[in-house]
Each structure stands twice: as C-alpha cells, then as structure tokens.
Design a protein around this ligand. Structure first.
Ligand code: FES
Ligand code: FES
Length: 165
C-alpha cells in the first residue's frame, strides 16, 4: 500500500510517499528525508531527544504518525540557523556549555525554541526547568541548559523590542 502526504519541512514543501502507514515522523525525518539531527533516544515518548516543532507545538516525533499530519508544517534543528548565523538558542547553548555528549541537544534546543516562542520561558529558572522537563539529559547538563534558555529568551525578547521600536 502506498499513501502520500504533503509536509512543509523547514520551509520546503515536500510530497512524500509512505510505504507503511505506521511510519512515525521521527523515522520519516531520519530515514526518508536524511534529516538526522532529530535523535532517536527511547522511541517511546520518554526522553525528548526527538522533539520537533509541529504546527507551532513541541512534539515528540517518535509518537507522531506521519500519516496523521498531512499538510503540517514541521521545524527541525536543521532549519534553525540562517546560513552561518546560528539561532540565538543554538548560540546560547554553546556559550553556556549546555551539553556534553550532545545526543540530547537537538531535542533540548527545539524544546527551548518552542518554549520561548510559546512565551512560557520567562526569567524564572524554575519555570524554565519545568518547561524543559520533558527533555532528559543523561550527561546531566541541566545547569547550562537552563542558563542557555534564560539567556536566549532575554536576547530574543530584547531583539523583539528593538524591532518594534
Ligand atoms: S525518542 Fe522520542 S521521546 Fe525519546
Ligand atoms: S549532553 Fe549528553 S545526553 Fe545531554
């Protein structure tokens, strides 16, 4: 059986033939679209390594069936940088040493981007920790991650105010 879906992935419209209706967005990204930045940790919704932004919402792509999201817009870590210019969240992760092995990092970064865009990051570390609690880090780089999210949120808010002025 072959089914086709349309997705916009990092701004690029894609028409994709699915050979199996059970394929997840995570496997579709990694195995069909060669977008390997999104990681497969647990493959059961427990670690957040596979976090992407789907129609503006953070989701665990290992739990999302591709067939259920025909017409959706998807953002992955590969779509954040603009040429050589890193997204503020990516830059903040580097500046705050917010990773060790890096396996969880794409998911952490996508979750942080989603949290900030939802307007839920604020300037309270506890609130950021709560908002990022679905993203586990086996290297326990949580201190740097929280600092990076707070820093990126402050920078993005300041940039937004400058743009509005
Ligand atoms: S791989 Fe999706 S939550 Fe762990
Ligand atoms: S940096 Fe290693 S799992 Fe998070």
């Amino acid at each position: 059986m072959s089914l086709s879906i349309n997705l916009t992935v990092n701004g690029v419209p894609r028409r994709i033939e699915l050979e199996d209706p059970r394929v997840t967005l995570l496997d579709l990204l990694r195995e069909r679209l060669d977008l390997h930045g999104t990681k497969k940790g647990c493959d059961r919704g427990q670690c957040g390594a596979c976090t992407v932004i789907l129609d503006g919402q953070r989701v665990n792509s290992c739990l999302a069936l591709a067939i259920s999201h025909d017409g959706a817009t998807l953002r992955t870590v590969e779509g954040l940088a603009q040429g050589d210019a890193l997204h503020p969240v990516q830059a903040a992760f580097i500046e705050h040493d917010a990773f060790q092995c890096g396996f969880c990092t794409p998911g952490q970064i996508m979750s942080a981007v989603g949290l900030i865009e939802e307007g839920e990051a604020g300037d309270d570390p506890e609130r950021v920790r709560e908002g990022m609690s679905g993203n586990l880090c086996r290297c326990a780089a949580y201190k740097g991650i929280t600092e990076a999210v707070l820093d990126a949120q402050a920078r993005m808010a300041a940039a937004g105010r400058e743009e509005a002025a």
